[in-house]
Ligand binder design. Structure first.
Ligand SMILES: Nc1ncnc2c1ncn2[C@@H]1O[C@H](COP(=O)(O)OP(=O)(O)OP(=O)(O)O)[C@@H](O)[C@H]1O
Ligand SMILES: [Mg+2]
Length: 304
């Protein structure tokens, strides 16, 4: 008799390795960010993606946290290629990495942070290659760095949706608020969801989510929804140590069950079609428009 983990693995491998089955009507490009570092973004991306796969979604994780690439570490693998290999002529499907759990991921290398120092031709090539992802993946999760000091802010404003991760710690909440305030001051914020990670119980989680939701609404006039809660769970730490994702290693842990609930909530939080902008193609055109000196007009390079 198969154990639960092997059943899950088979299901995930099917989803991950055979993405061409069926059409994908529109992909959701979602940046996962936080104010404070170390709150659980990378673990969230990996396990949320596995839970999404288990529910029939076709997610891909793009690790954009240059220099601190954690996704590959959590998956116990190292990518043979990064997005920059596309510039050397490699096919995008060869650049995508498949972890043993059927989870597809893409390492951005320096590709996304240095995008404004690439030539127009380079950028066109990258955009065309990356836009193909939306033919096979319906949820594109960008694991970004913490805070505004990184390139995270640029990625976030270009995404269709933002998942803001916080823990119940006051410093994490205030940093999340500061991050959202900074983005709001730039005038554009994608549809924003909140995830409370490492809460001791549901009451603690809910109080944290509501607190952040209230201050952003009151002081930033920003509506957010609470996408869900991930409870504090030693199984997360053990899975990190094993370099095997929690959702696969401890499928019955309380944190894994939280991920299932987050997927349910996610399924009912449809992205607004009016705001949902052509998936990755839209994402990159917005990313470049905001970074190019002349607001998206044709330039010989994106430096400056
Ligand atoms: N729900 C949880 N329960 C217990 N521990 C957790 C939980 N979530 C995260 N952790 C712990 O927090 C650590 C940091 O998590 P993670 O690397 O995902 O954070 P991050 O926000 O991506 O960090 P960075 O900002 O450095 O990229 C994990 O290695 C794990 O030990
Ligand atoms: Mg991380």
């Amino acid at each position: 008799m198969k154990d639960q983990a092997s059943g899950l693995r088979e299901k995930m491998q099917f989803v991950g390795n055979h993405p061409e089955n069926g059409d994908i009507p529109g992909s959701r490009v979602i940046a996962v960010a936080s104010g404070k570092g170390g709150v659980g973004k990378s673990n969230f991306c990996v396990n949320f993606a596995l839970a999404l796969s288990n529910s029939g979604y076709r997610p891909i994780v793009i690790d954009t946290d240059v220099g601190f690439a954690n996704v590959e570490v959590l998956l116990g693998t190292s990518p043979a290629h990064t997005i920059l290999d596309v510039l050397n002529g490699m096919n995008i499907w060869e650049v995508i990495q498949h972890s043993p759990w059927g989870l597809s991921f893409l390492s951005a290398g320096q590709g996304l942070t240095d995008i404004h120092s690439l030539t127009n031709d380079d950028v066109e090539l990258l955009v065309a290659a990356l836009a193909k992802l939306q033919d096979r993946y319906d949820v594109i999760l960008l694991d970004s760095g913490a805070g505004m000091g990184s390139h995270a802010g640029r990625l976030v404003v270009a995404a269709d949706e933002l998942i803001m991760v916080t823990t119940p710690e006051p410093t994490s909440i205030t940093d999340a608020y500061a991050f959202l305030k900074m983005l709001a001051s730039r005038g554009v914020l994608p549809k924003t969801h909140l995830i409370v990670n490492r809460a001791h119980d549901i009451a603690d989680a809910r109080a944290t989510g509501v607190k952040l939701q209230m201050v952003t609404e009151r002081f930033l006039q920003l509506q957010t929804d609470i996408l869900g809660y991930i409870l504090e769970d030693d199984a997360v730490v053990r899975s990190v140590m094993r370099q095997q994702p929690l959702y696969y290693t401890f499928p019955n842990s309380r944190a894994s069950r939280c991920f299932n609930q987050v997927v349910k909530n996610f399924s009912s939080s449809k992205s607004n079609p009016a705001e949902n902008n052509q998936g990755l193609r839209g994402f990159f055109s917005r990313l470049l428009r905001r970074n190019s000196p002349s607001g998206g007009e044709s330039n010989s390079s994106y430096s400056g």
